[in-house]
Write a protein that binds this ligand. Structure first.
Ligand code: NAI
Length: 285
């Protein structure tokens, strides 16, 4: 039987975690936001407050909604609070060992009925399940940045995810007014596999002198109505992040088209990581 989610614990109050906490609280769900220290968790809480203030300024959020949302969120620097939630979502860095350690600790802290979600953008849910005593309640809940704006959530079922867990997760995603897509666990899920492939091919085209980065992006933005071309997007995501995912997909899928192009390897080695360092396929400063 699926369960109704009314209290969520979000672990990791960074770029993604604070957004997941915000959209959950806006939908009337009580939220506890956890980070490695209470100070870091509080920083996430302040980011939520700033987003909501901005929403009020733009008249997308009423002052009453802002106040009610903030009142539903508490924060902590300790996992012990996770026990009070019926869904725990982790949004800690993309390192399998870190996530494994966290889930092992969560198994000690929360009862077996609590649903567990991972916001991983590429790691295998089945691999994350492998060491767990109760793997059937773990699934992927892959949100997109910025969470309060982007509608999509990939819901990924690993080999051992139960039907009930999947149904509960889908109900939660709809409740927070996001659109779920259901994906069987496989490298890169749907979005990273397709998105990264397009980006890598665009890089190879720049490398071959087929067209400039600007013109490749323009071609897809105007010709295919992509909101943003693949190279500009790569600059925003970070070339280092994309390189890591490409290497991972190349290794896992064993497919040549995921081999990172030399231009990507070179730019990352030179510290040209995209917007965050001032240069990637574009100059940002
Ligand atoms: P981030 O670096 O902004 O935030 C991670 C947070 O986790 C930090 O505040 C850090 O202090 C905290 N943390 C680290 N270890 C912890 C622990 N053991 N317990 C509690 N808190 C801990 O990272 P970001 O970008 O939010 O990414 C988080 C996850 O979301 C990753 O798996 C990433 O692949 C995924 N993701 C990221 C997207 C993005 O655009 N940034 C998009 C979709 C998924």
């Amino acid at each position: 039987m699926s369960q109704h989610i009314d209290r969520v614990c979000v672990i990791g109050a960074g770029t993604m975690g604070h957004g997941i906490a915000q959209v959950s609280a806006m939908a009337g769900i009580d939220v506890v936001l956890v980070d490695a220290t209470a100070e870091l968790a509080e920083r996430g809480y302040h980011r939520i407050r700033e987003n909501l203030e901005e929403g009020v300024k733009r008249q997308k959020v009423t002052p009453e909604q802002r106040d009610k949302t903030l009142a539903r969120i508490t924060f902590a620097g300790d996992l012990a609070v996770a026990g009070s939630a019926n869904l725990v979502i982790e949004a800690i860095p993309e390192k399998i060992e870190l996530k494994r350690t966290l889930f092992a600790e969560l198994e000690r802290q929360v009862s077996p009925g609590v649903l567990l979600g991972s916001n991983t953008s590429s790691l295998s849910i089945t691999d994350l399940q492998a060491p767990l005593t109760h793997p059937q309640r773990l699934l992927g809940l892959h949100f997109f940045n910025p969470v309060h704006i982007n509608k999509l959530v990939e819901v990924i079922h690993g080999r051992q995810t139960s039907k009930d867990a999947l149904e509960s997760a889908l109900e939660y995603v709809r409740r927070i007014e996001k659109e779920p897509v259901v994906i069987k666990d496989s490298p890169g899920f749907a979005t990273s596999r397709l998105g990264v492939l397009l980006g890598l091919e665009a890089m190879r085209m720049v490398e071959e002198g087929v067209a400039s980065a600007e013109d490749i992006d323009k071609a897809l933005e105007l010709g295919y109505r992509h909101p943003m071309g693949p190279l500009r997007l790569t600059d925003l995501v970070g070339l280092d992040v994309r390189l890591d995912i490409a290497r991972y997909l190349h290794q896992k899928l064993g497919a040549e088209q995921f081999r990172p192009p030399a231009i990507l390897e070179r730019k990352v080695a030179e510290g040209k990581l995209g917007k965050k360092t001032g240069e990637g396929f574009y100059k940002w400063s």
